[in-house]
Design a protein around this ligand. Structure first.
Ligand code: C5P
Length: 239
């Protein structure tokens, strides 16, 4: 199993949003050895293929492979096998792929130590766009509904925006792993993020891991930025 994070730094997932391997390694380099995870997503993976995960592993990096699989159960299952064999510690599936796809994905990861996280409703979707794809529930109700379906199929964790942490904790308790993007240290540039929480607020609300990109990778000293965020998280959790 993926180890339960014991320090604040181990709860930080740094988003490596880079166009190619060289740029990605430049972003990750100063942070290797800090204990955080690195998120490799669709842009970088599509540009570089699985070798980017192998390269990061060779550098000693812990990898969250965020490819949001959504396909028929058999294809999703085989993709999960491939992600696990690359040594990713976490990966993502879309919960709207349905119960069978979720169950087969969870089963495929068993014994590998890789955690499968369910994406509920993308934060780019609002009530109107849900109606456009035939869903009449509010985004929050749909998030809780999909997470509940995932839990019934053995899913251990979800990706959720800061505003969804509380309803998820209320419905599913402390066992659910919640990975939260949209986190901005106090006073930092919001970029294109709209509904944000500070690291302390997200930890207090119940986030298990925080996904943070530009506030760390674009900082004058990424290591100092990461350590300051970790300190803020550590202080929040002991209050
Ligand atoms: O630079 P920033 O901290 O905004 O990066 C956040 C990362 O989390 C990006 O890789 C972004 O794609 C991802 N993400 C997000 N909001 C979501 C899901 C993922 O910002 N709802």
């Amino acid at each position: 199993m993926t180890a339960t994070p014991s320090t604040a730094k181990e709860k930080i997932i740094v988003a490596i949003d880079a166009p190619d391997a060289d740029a990605a390694k430049r972003l990750a380099d100063p942070l290797l050895g800090e204990g955080c995870l690195f998120k490799i997503g669709l842009q970088l993976f599509t540009a570089e293929g699985p070798s980017i995960v192998r390269d990061f592993k060779k550098l000693g990096a812990r990898v969250f492979l965020d490819l949001k699989f959504h396909d028929i159960p058999n294809t999703a299952k085989e993709a999960i096998h491939s992600a696990a064999s690359l040594g990713a510690e976490m990966t993502t599936i879309h919960l709207c792929g349905g119960p069978r796809m979720v169950a087969d994905s969870v089963t495929a990861a068993e014994g590998s130590g890789m955690l499968v996280l369910g994406v509920t409703v993308l934060t780019s979707m609002d009530a109107e766009s849900l109606v456009a794809v035939g869903v009449s529930a509010t985004p929050e109700n749909q998030v809780v509904h999909l997470a509940g379906m995932g839990r019934q199929q053995g899913l251990k964790g979800v990706v959720a925006s800061p505003r969804e942490i509380l309803p998820l904790r209320k419905n599913f308790g402390e066992d659910l792993v919640i990975v939260t993007p949209g986190v901005r240290p106090t006073g930092s540039d919001l970029g294109d993020q709209k509904r944000v929480m500070t690291p302390a607020e997200a930890v207090r609300a119940g986030a298990s891991y925080l996904v943070i990109g530009r506030p760390i990778t674009s900082a004058p000293s990424p290591v100092e930025a990461l350590r300051a965020i970790a300190d803020e998280m550590a202080n929040a959790s002991v209050q």
